[in-house]
Design a protein around this ligand. Structure first.
Ligand SMILES: Cc1cc2nc3c(=O)[nH]c(=O)nc-3n(C[C@H](O)[C@H](O)[C@H](O)COP(=O)(O)OP(=O)(O)OC[C@H]3O[C@@H](n4cnc5c(N)ncnc54)[C@H](O)[C@@H]3O)c2cc1C
Length: 164
């Protein structure tokens, strides 16, 4: 959600994102862990043996990307497939088609340039007696309360000064 602010700007440039799902573990260490998981769960389905390691919703996605059938047992996983899984977990690539649009957006980006506003009063420097606040400004922040704070702070300043 937070990254969409930047993706929105970069999307025209064929942006891709690489996620390291196990940033705290080196590739070799993760491969070792995977080997022991496969050995310990040799009789189980491969997909079930990964439970607890990877979020359940990600499991079918991983299998699909690795072209591993869901009915394969852990013991049937080849060394190449195991290495490919580790590589995928360390370098999970995402590409973007589009943002979800206005209906799903949490904040609009863009609006009246801050250069055109007096920050002490939120009054427009271009149009007499026009006060601008909140999302009408070219001002947006990460999720976590910044946008509400912008709305409240600029709204109060704009309101008080408009009333004068
Ligand atoms: C689902 C969702 C979750 C969010 N979560 C967070 C969060 O966790 N933290 C955070 O900081 N921000 C969050 N935001 C963003 C934050 O809510 C907005 O940035 C903020 O409310 C914008 O305030 P605003 O007063 O500029 O605009 P708005 O809150 O959109 O207020 C504009 C008001 O103007 C009214 N209006 C529109 N046209 C007219 C008209 N012609 N005449 C009269 N009235 C009109 C609208 O009905 C509306 O009440 C979230 C937004 C959404 C949609």
């Amino acid at each position: 959600m937070d990254l969409s602010r930047f993706i929105g700007l970069e999307i025209m440039n064929n942006l891709s994102l690489e996620v390291d799902i196990f940033p705290e573990v080196e590739t070799a260490e993760l491969d070792k862990k995977m080997q022991s998981i496969l050995t310990l769960n040799a009789k189980k389905l491969f997909i079930n043996s990964l439970e607890g390691l990877v979020k359940p919703r990600l499991l079918p996605v991983l299998l699909k990307l690795l072209s591993i059938s869901p009915d394969r047992k852990s013991s049937a996983i080849t060394k190449e497939e195991r290495i490919a899984l580790v590589k995928l977990l360390k370098h999970f690539k995402l590409t973007f088609k589009a943002l979800e649009g206005f209906d799903k957006a949490m904040v609009t980006a863009g609006g009246a340039s801050l250069k055109e506003i007096d920050p002490r009063t939120m009054r427009s420097k271009l149009v007499d007696n026009l006060f601008i606040a909140g999302e009408l400004l070219d001002l947006d922040g990460p999720t976590g309360g910044y946008n509400l704070q912008v709305a409240w702070s600029t709204g109060r300043v704009a309101g008080e000064n408009a009333a004068k």
